[in-house]
Design a protein around this ligand. Structure first.
Ligand code: C2O
Ligand code: CU
Ligand code: CU
Length: 575
């Protein structure tokens, strides 16, 4: 339902101010599921967030939210996902290295009433991962309504450390989300009025935590919002894990910034704070311009509608109160000095660099610079096209070149990567571990390096996408195949990169985008399946080229672009 701005805004302001005065609620700790066989029933329910109103929700094995899955590295797990809601869904294991057909991306659709079985060996290092639906155009609504859960992976290295690890006692899950509600208290999507904060689905939460070293597993499961976490007393804390594993050593911080999809495990020493209360806060006023959650995105001429009306933007606010209580019988009281030995990938290990241009779909429309819809290399996600093909055991650098005025948190399935640099600068120490998320700042770039290992599939792709769920749902996503290097039949697809052709299939006009060609003289040919040249264009290539194919008859054509250095090919379907 689309409401006039003024009406929806009035109601949301009301909600926001009521909530400031209501009592604090004990933080809900999602139940855990352990073992190797997991039954996950996706179901619909309702929850009373605002008294007198039932809000429709989704959950797994409960009416709202999803249980925490505990996996052990090396074990093979089976997950049976039953779809009990009246729409299709999928279930993706975010951050886990699993075969493409078990990944739960947009291609592993679970029909209503059906059960999808995923089986894989847990190969990831101990860290905090998560799981959520991934249907085309459905991720935001299904995650926002409650389908988000943590996955805690344990391994022998982590077990050998002196760390808090008693779930719900000294080791706490924090699924942080901002949600938008409409006038009927329904969870809304694609709204910049995400004014209601929740941790583990609890509004205005408090947690009784023991006066000792505790571990917080922070997940930003918000659709759009970035957080700059810290404590009300500016307490120093210690980040021990990134998205995909323990850091080499704890990194002392006063703030940790998490983009949508990102996780951090932190140790907080509450030892000297017994009987006191502190708040986990968002220091939004410190976020740089262009990050959703900062004071501004865009500039004085280009802005997201309603953005400035949201009181959370650019604000410092409390997220959760921690009441420090009596310590446990055997508390952890120290911060370890070392945790892990990470072997990073080096730039020289990479055999290929790919560039991904993040741009508005309509490059003329300035408003799209902050609002989208956004494209990757000129195209939007299509279920039946493959954007990138790579081979098992290759190491690649992916450069995300953000040509928009909003920061995009980029995520790549299948792998844990290392961030090489952000606009040329090496990442801060707390981002030097294994990652599956990188925040690409507005009008800047970021480079990550990864190796595609173990699993191959000739036809089922993995995804890469922006993890702002509205952007993802709007098509800011691409697919990649990891093939066996002995399979030569796909040479044609391989060469298709890095030409993007959109739309494709096409009636009259299509746009061709070359990620790695700038202002070069190229010649472009359209060749039919019999090898006949139907069209030749010679021109200077500035990223995008308009191609008029209105005179061609329906069928399949090959596009070749000769840059003088290399010939790139793509396939075009004329309707
Ligand atoms: Cu968290 Cu492709 O997803
Ligand atoms: Cu993922
Ligand atoms: Cu984005």
């Amino acid at each position: 339902m689309k409401l006039p701005v003024s009406i929806s805004w009035l109601i949301i302001v009301l909600v926001f101010s009521i909530e400031k005065t209501t009592a604090q609620n004990p933080l809900f700790i999602p139940p855990t599921l352990t073992g190797t066989d997991f039954q996950l029933n996706v179901q619909a329910g309702t929850k009373t967030f605002f008294s007198g109103w039932n809000t429709p929700t989704y959950g797994i094995n409960q009416s709202f939210l999803s249980p925490t899955l505990i996996f052990t590295k090396g074990e093979t797990v089976s997950l049976h996902v039953h779809n009990g809601i009246n729409t299709t869904t999928t279930m993706h294991w975010h951050g886990l290295h699993v075969p493409a057909k078990e990944d739960g991306g947009p291609h592993q659709i679970i029909e209503e009433g059906e059960t999808w079985d995923a089986t894989f060996t847990v190969m990831n290092d101990a860290a905090t991962y998560w799981y959520h639906p991934h249907g085309v155009g459905k991720t935001d609504i299904q995650v926002s309504k409650g389908l988000a859960g943590l996955i805690i992976v344990k391994d022998s290295n982590e077990a050998s450390q002196i760390l808090p690890r008693t779930y719900g006692i000294d080791d706490f899950p924090f699924i942080v989300q901002s949600k938008a509600f409409d006038v009927l208290y329904q969870i809304a999507i694609a709204s910049e009025l995400d004014t209601v904060m929740m941790v583990n689905g609890t509004m205005n939460p408090y947690l009784d935590a023991p006066a000792q070293v505790v571990r917080l597993r922070l997940l930003n499961a918000s659709s759009l919002r970035n957080y700059n976490f810290g404590f009300s007393n500016n307490l120093t804390f210690h980040q021990i894990a990134t998205d995909g594993g323990l850091l080499n050593a704890p990194v002392s911080l006063a703030r940790v910034r998490l983009a949508p999809g990102e996780r951090a495990e932190i140790l907080v020493d509450l030892g000297s704070l017994q009987d006191q209360s502190i708040y986990l806060k968002n220091f939004g006023s410190e976020l740089p311009t262009g990050i959703y959650g900062a004071d501004t995105v865009g500039n004085e001429f280009i802005a997201i509608p309603e953005y400035h009306l949201n009181p959370l933007n650019g604000a410092d606010f409390n997220i959760l109160r921690i009441n420090v209580v009596t310590p446990t019988a055997t508390p952890v009281t120290t911060i370890p000095s070392s945790l892990n030995t990470i072997t990073p990938l080096n730039e020289s290990d990479a055999s290929i660099t790919r560039t991904f241009l993040l741009a508005p779909q309509d490059t003329i429309d300035e408003q799209e610079m902050v609002e989208g819809p956004f494209t990757i290399n000129g195209v939007q996600f299509q279920m039946d096209s493959i954007n990138v093909v790579t081979y098992k055991n290759t190491t690649e650098i992916w450069k995300f070149d953000n040509q928009t005025m909003i920061a995009h948190p980029f995520h790549i399935h299948d792998v844990q990567f290392f961030i090489l640099d952000s606009n040329g600068s090496i990442p801060p120490p707390n981002e030097q571990g294994k990652k599956d998320m990188v925040l690409v700042m507005p009008m800047q770039n970021a480079r990550v390096i990864m190796k595609f290992e173990d699993y191959v599939d000739d036809s089922i792709p993995y995804m890469f996408h922006c993890h702002m769920l509205h952007h993802e749902d709007d098509g800011m996503m691409g697919s990649f195949l990891v093939m066996d290097s002995s399979n030569t039949s796909i040479l044609e697809i391989k060469e298709q990169y890095p030409i993007s052709i959109f739309p494709n299939p096409v009636h009259d006009f299509t746009t061709i985008t070359l990620a790695e060609v700038h202002d070069e003289e190229v010649s472009l040919k359209v060749i039919d399946i019999l090898g006949k040249e139907c069209k030749i264009q010679q021109q200077t290539f500035a990223q995008n080229i308009q191609l008029d194919v209105s005179s061609l008859s329906a069928g399949i054509y090959f596009i070749t672009v000769n840059t003088g250095k290399k010939i790139l090919t793509g396939k075009l379907v004329k309707q």
